[in-house]
Design a protein around this ligand. Structure first.
Ligand SMILES: Cc1cc2nc3c(=O)[nH]c(=O)nc-3n(C[C@H](O)[C@H](O)[C@H](O)COP(=O)(O)O)c2cc1C
Length: 209
């Protein structure tokens, strides 16, 4: 299966070359991530795609991950912590518009979603939203591999610094995880030629028939 070959080809890239990802491929990556599943379908996270070299450099200062500055583009996944009734209303309205359903038919759904989400505090909402963001990260990794774009998922960064520099708190967002994308520097990246290491599928998955 082609997908398995893509997944064997990909690795968490340590050193990127100077080659840039094309606008077309960037759009495809963004669309793939936007198509990720999310709980209730509410997509309670946002994606910031940073191309600006000076900003990437500034964001990378103090992190052991040189990929932040060296990548062609840096994808920042940021999750909402504040979820208000208005957020849920906007989602219900979108659902009604896109599916051609009268909003009045969605009153029960709105009540259920409100009961579920509005009882939580901001930390609980953030934890929940962050899980959705990680699903987006997974989609981004797979989509990048399919496009033969190299990528590095990164948790090694200072979220508060990112939040400040990107003005995320003003939008009730907090940075969660990064995806640095670009093209591997085969010569400088020792990991480029290393065998992928995984436990066996037998150890990993228990089949219950
Ligand atoms: C959520 C997450 C966070 C990660 N954070 C970092 C990181 O900060 N720096 C880094 O070099 N690699 C990071 N990695 C890459 C992992 O080390 C790598 O995926 C793992 O060793 C498996 O190797 P492979 O992805 O090349 O198959 C991270 C991976 C994930 C999924």
């Amino acid at each position: 299966m082609e997908l398995i070959n893509d997944l064997k080809w990909r690795y968490a890239t340590k050193k990127f070359s100077n080659k840039s990802v094309s606008e077309e491929d960037l759009q495809t990556l963004i669309e793939a991530i936007n198509l990720s599943a999310s709980s209730i379908g509410m997509q309670t996270y946002r994606l910031f795609v940073i191309e600006n070299q000076a900003l990437k450099k500034q964001l990378g200062i103090g992190s052991f991950n040189s990929q932040i500055a060296d990548s062609s583009h840096l994808f920042v996944f940021a999750a909402f912590d504040v979820i208000r009734e208005e957020t849920i209303e906007n989602y219900i309205q979108l659902l009604a518009n896109e599916r051609g359903i009268p909003v009045t038919d969605l009153v029960d759904l709105k009540t259920k979603v409100c009961d579920f989400l509005l009882a939580r505090n901001d930390q609980e909402n953030f934890n929940w939203s962050s899980k959705q963001a990680y699903i987006g990260l997974g989609t981004g990794l797979i989509a990048a591999a399919n496009l033969k774009i190299d990528a590095a998922p990164l948790e090694g960064f200072d979220p508060e610094k990112f939040d400040k520099l990107l003005g995320l708190r003003e939008k009730n967002l907090k940075s969660v995880v990064l995806l640095a994308v670009g093209y591997r520097d085969e010569e400088m990246d020792l990991l480029a030629s290393q065998k992928k290491v995984r436990i066996s599928t037998q150890e990993f998955a228990t089949r219950i028939r």
